[in-house]
Design a protein around this ligand. Structure first.
Ligand code: 13P
Length: 262
């Protein structure tokens, strides 16, 4: 069984005080029974990784970064390496987020280099894919997703693939309050699993977690997470408040509890 994975992408929000307060609020409650059976991670802005890491040390909440560079060190002004993220005790790194692809022009090739570099230092890459509204209207969603998967995961062996997480984030659903329907999300997740299966075989593809991201809130989380191929969520806006983030974790936890009881 795939352990559901709920991660908060805090993006470029909050000041230092607000960030630390959010980490403290989560820390206080995360040990409670209603959040059991779920893997939880938070990805603050890199300048706050140290402060958040200090707050979360010894808790079950894993630390992640929102991006990294593919080289370990050297003359790369403004960049941060995977090795440095490991120094902050990061477990995860979000790669190829749609904001990086569409606002900052990141390509599949760059994402791919970063995926390999992250795995080299034992970071779990959360590899994001997702179609724009235009691509959906043109009925090119599955084609675009397959292209992003094969480009971002080029030359990745099955062993390496078994250590990644994929996040499906339709661009039109991010920050819009308009989440994909369960049917839309499940259709794409199933196609992603199928693509992973054709590349890595049944055994590996059935263990890779595929998160959904895009306007996930406590009140739509249960329905989305109950889909067969949706194994967690990558949360933006709703992860900036402890109550709403914990509400989503609680939904994942109750579904996980029901699945184990079956
Ligand atoms: P929202 O949850 O704010 O739609 O953002 C999703 C996202 O981009 C997470 O990476």
């Amino acid at each position: 069984m795939r352990v559901p994975f709920i991660a908060g992408n805090w993006k470029m929000n909050k000041d230092r005080e607000g960030t630390v307060k959010l980490a403290q609020d989560l820390k206080e409650k995360i040990g409670n029974e209603e959040y059991k059976g779920v893997e939880v991670g938070v990805c603050p802005p890199s300048v706050y990784l140290h402060a958040v890491g200090a707050e979360l040390a010894g808790t079950p909440i894993g630390l992640g970064a929102q991006n990294m560079y593919h080289e370990d060190e050297g003359a790369f002004t403004g960049e941060i390496s995977g090795k440095m993220l490991k120094g902050f005790k990061c477990k995860y790194v979000i790669l190829g987020h749609s904001e990086r692809r569409h606002i900052l022009g990141e390509t599949n090739h760059e994402v791919c280099l970063k995926v390999h570099a992250a795995l080299n230092v034992d970071l779990t890459p959360i590899v994001c894919v997702g179609e724009t509204l235009l691509e959906r209207i043109q009925e090119r969603t599955i084609e675009v997703i397959k292209e992003q998967i094969s480009g971002s995961l080029a030359v990745l062996t099955a062993e390496r693939a078994s250590r990644i997480v994929v996040a499906y984030e339709p661009v039109w659903a991010i920050g819009t309050g308009k989440a994909a329907t369960t049917e839309q999300a499940q259709e794409v997740h199933k196609a992603i699993r199928g693509t992973l299966k054709s590349r890595y075989g049944e055994e590996i593809s059935s263990t890779i977690r595929i998160q959904y991201g895009g306007s996930v809130k406590p009140d739509n989380a249960r329905e989305l997470l109950s889909q067969e191929d949706i194994d967690g969520a990558l949360i933006g806006g709703a992860s900036l408040k402890a109550d709403s983030f914990l509400g989503i974790i609680a939904a994942a936890s109750s579904l996980a509890g029901e699945a184990t009881a079956k």
